[in-house]
Design a protein around this ligand. Structure first.
Ligand code: BGC
Length: 551
């Protein structure tokens, strides 16, 4: 083990994405520059200095393309433009230049599994009729039985069947596939034209200076050639390996990503990160040297607050990425899940999909959730690899689980037959100021209502408070950049402090210790660099520290 502050010279000149702190901007909810209640590029450009002061290396922007917003922009109607509610192409280019001038890279979202049903291709597919080349760009099929039943038993991720029938006309009663909402028809990746279209989309944005792509549903593009039924196979492939699953994680996917990698390699240090919700043992396949640069690892995000579970995940993820020359990634929250400040305040085993609707809401211990979220941030930011921070995590924002149902926008609410509220609770517009209309988000009525106490979490309220979560993130990101970023070594250690303590050493000499139980333990000897809450002789429960151990 080298002494504190040194870096591993072999990894010192590693590409930027290997150890970046990437801040996820859900553009619709980040900052509204024109007062229409929806976030936009003008708002984001105004807030670039804030992101710079936070110290992040890169931004990942959720989809910014023209879209009917049936699924928050994951229903793209034109891949070569910017939605007018957000801005336009010249403004996107200005934003890219400004971000780059501040030393911040930009990753954009690419949505290749499906288009919007309002995309020109789908409109012409509907107009052109069965057997046409236009229909061949999607998956149109005759129904089963007398044609009135879906072609297969596949369910949509959002609930209900994954097939919708165009109409009951016997001459054209075809069904089309949508693994998500009916407004998101799946593309036919067996067709060379679809492949060449996406290669052009990649080049279009690379030419405009984006630094990378976050590839949506990267495990879903290719479907079973024989359209077999799911039968009793699991719908998802995250918890187990499911050989020959009809629509997830098929081996034929990798050839597509190899061709994309060839394109990215022509542009220098650009990257792509896969959103591939697959079993941990399958993830390394996506990050082989000629495929994705990295893949999201959702295992921490899905884990309960338990030291043993965290240690197992960390060990497996570091080893899995290293085996193929990639780097691990760490994600605690994103725009699809209940924010971790709330998750960690709920008993493990709570059904997070339904809890916000059915409760019991008294189960939530908000204060505990906040403490744990702060400790979790120190764990994630102490790990090697890249860390994805979802907007508002740095403010300690919790899930707005009590949104009234009449404001819900997520298709999950209707597709689940009103049994799940969906993902809007983590997408509520960011509070920038302590008071005022929409707490500084913008001058108009925000597209989702903010809770009355949101101002207490605002950037303004936390800016000057040394005990704030914002300050903790700033200090952690700065320390990480100075002492941890260029270091890829990690060793899990047992400090003999009990089963609730997670501890690991980094090659640079920094030790991270997290007490994930509720009873205090002795604080290991050493110089404390940063703590998620007050520590004295003891390390209280739900608290993490970074320290230089006494040798
Ligand atoms: C995105 C979701 C989206 C879905 C369909 C996901 O992986 O993160 O927000 O609803 O893909 O595009």
């Amino acid at each position: 083990m080298t002494s504190f502050g040194s870096v591993n010279p072999d990894t010192d000149d590693a590409p930027w994405w290997r150890r970046a702190v990437v801040y996820q901007v859900y553009i619709r909810s980040f900052a509204d520059g024109d007062g229409d209640g929806t976030g936009d590029l003008a708002g984001l450009r105004n807030r670039l200095p804030y992101l710079r002061s936070l110290g992040v290396d890169a931004l990942w922007l959720n989809p910014w393309y023209p879209s009917p917003l049936r699924d928050g922009g994951y229903d793209v109607s034109d891949y070569f433009d910017i939605d007018r509610r957000y801005g336009d192409l010249p403004e996107a280019e200005a934003f890219l230049r400004e971000a780059h001038d501040l030393g911040i890279r930009v990753i954009i979202d690419l949505v290749p599994n499906h288009t919007s049903s309002e995309h020109a291709w789908f409109r012409s597919a509907v107009a052109s009729g069965p057997g046409s080349p236009e229909r061949d760009r999607y998956h149109f099929r005759a129904g089963s039985g007398d044609g009135s039943l879906p072609p297969t038993d596949w369910p949509s991720v959002f609930g209900g069947p994954a097939w919708t029938r165009l109409n009951d006309d016997p001459a054209d009663g075809e069904w089309y596939l949508h693994l998500f909402d009916p407004s998101q028809p799946d593309l036919n990746w067996g067709l060379p034209e679809v492949r060449s279209e996406f290669e052009e989309i990649l080049r279009f944005w690379l030419d405009r200076g984006v630094d990378g792509f976050r590839v949506d549903v990267a495990h879903g593009l290719v479907k079973h050639p024989e359209w077999c039924n799911l039968e009793n196979r699991p719908h998802h492939v995250g918890a187990a390996v499911v050989p020959d699953h009809p629509f997830w994680d098929r081996d034929e996917l990798h050839e597509i990503y190899r061709s994309w990698r060839t394109i990215l390699d022509q542009y220098g240090d650009r990257m792509m990160v896969a959103e591939a919700s697959v079993h941990a043992s399958r993830r390394p396949l996506y990050v082989r040297p000629d495929e994705f640069h990295q893949s999201f690892d959702f295992d921490l995000l899905e884990s309960g607050w338990a030291a043993k579970e965290f240690a197992t995940i960390i060990d497996r993820s570091v080893a899995g990425a290293a085996a193929v020359g990639s780097n691990p990634t760490w994600v605690l929250s994103n725009h699809d899940v209940v924010r971790h400040a709330t998750r960690y305040g709920l008993p493990s085993g709570t059904n997070l999909a339904t809890w916000s609707l059915v409760g019991p809401h008294a189960l939530l211990d908000e204060a505990r959730g906040h403490r744990r979220a702060r400790a979790a941030a120190l764990v994630a930011l102490a790990l090697p690899g890249s860390v994805y921070v979802y907007q508002g995590d740095e403010l300690g924002l919790a899930e707005v689980w009590d949104l009234p149902t009449d404001v819900l926008d997520d298709p999950v609410w209707t597709r689940s037959g009103h049994t799940e509220k969906g993902r809007d609770g983590c997408r509520v517009p960011i509070p920038w100021s302590a008071t005022g209309p929409s707490f500084g988000f913008g001058s108009g009525e925000p597209w989702l209502p903010q809770p009355v106490d949101f101002g207490d979490y605002s950037v303004e309220s936390q800016e000057q408070d040394p005990d704030s979560t914002l300050d903790l993130y700033r200090r952690a990101i700065r320390l990480r950049a100075d002492h941890l970023r260029a270091d890829e070594e990690l060793a899990l250690i047992d400090l003999d402090l009990g089963a609730d303590v997670l501890a690991f050493d980094r090659g640079s000499g920094v030790r991270c210790v997290a007490n994930m139980g509720s009873a205090p333990v002795a604080l290991p000897a050493g110089e404390v660099l940063l703590a998620s809450d007050d520590v004295g002789e003891q390390l209280p429960g739900d608290t993490a520290v970074w320290l230089i151990p006494q040798r």
